[in-house]
Design a protein around this ligand. Sequence first.
Ligand code: NAD
Ligand code: IPM
Ligand code: MN
Length: 359
Amino acid sequence: PRAFNIVVLPGDGVGPEVALAAQRVLTCIGDIYGHRFDFAEHLIGGAAIDAVGESLPEDTKAACLAADAVLLGAVGGPKWDGAPVRPEQGLLAIRKAMGLYANLRPLQVSPVLAHRSPLKKEIVEGVDLIVFRELTSGVYFGERTRSKTQASDLCVYTVEEIERVARAAFQAAEQRRGKVTSVDKANVMETSRLWREVVTRIHAEEYPQITLEHALVDSMAMHLIRKPREYDVILTENMFGDILSDEISVLGGSIGLLPSASLGADGPGLFEPIHGSAPDIAGQDLANPVGMVLSAAMMLRHSFKLEDEADSIEAAVAAVLASGAVTADLGGELGTVAATRAIVDAIRAIHWAAARHVP
Ligand code: NAD
Ligand code: IPM
Ligand code: MN
């Protein structure tokens, strides 16, 4: 039995609804496996702006840095569109403060779920890929300027920033199908030319057994829809990774299904669904909790090394989705609360079925 301190940052919109779902699922896992998960909620994003006037309060930052791991719902919404401080700034700031340079966004489309995608079943069934998105640099963090007549966003990458995320992607490929597709815009951007050079060198020097291919981001956006099964690990810079991962979510049927893990060299990781605060459905019990719940599973695996516990969450989610007990984004009728309960029930069912086989 072990105890873990988890900081929960519910945030805005559907963030609190899905964050609660993850806590319910983790509490169930704790009961079954005898772990203690202590949750401490802190403010971030618009909720923090409303309460204390800043998007990442100092005590939130300190709590995250001291935690075993951080779970985050989502931030942002139309309410803060004209505000002097933006909710999203808090998210960027916590990623930077925690040194979370690698954002992992996996997607698997099992044959029983392929019909949920608006794309043809033959195209999406069997998709199994993971995006490694660089998360603490690039145009997200370059200098911004604004005058009456012009604005600029500077995109900077250093060799070291590219090397470390490239290594993370190659290491993941070693455990998977051994292929990395590095995505850039090297035909136009200098940062992309550096990106391609560095990735090519790290590959040759350290991971020659991995198959590496380079792709330009525009045609990659097309290939991902035409032949998504060809991809294993997709390695890319911050903004391209942001955009391509939302595109990829369509392969699985809904953006509400995709989890992510944001990891640094050491220290706690941060785990959040890839979707945003979904203001159009917030507060109506309509949000799909699966992306957030699978993020909690990634936390168990990556931060706590609790493989069996992570497996049981993933198996329960797969069973529930296969049974057709899904939320409205996937054409179903369940609300957030009921979908979460279905996952919790499935975890218990899987666990007791397995326990009966113990001699
Ligand atoms: P969004 O991801 O919030 O929503 C896009 C669409 O997907 C909406 O129609 C929404 O209803 C749907 N959707 C999203 N999550 C869902 C879920 N769990 N279940 C069912 N449907 C879901 O993107 P947006 O509308 O472009 O952005 C809204 C706000 O969220 C913006 O302020 C943006 O900055 C912010 N945002 C935050 C994060 C984050 O906190 N990590 C990520 C993306 C966007
Ligand atoms: C995401 C979001 C964020 C990003 C925003 C809200 C800053 O879109 O986590 O994918 O662009 O990284
Ligand atoms: Mn995004």
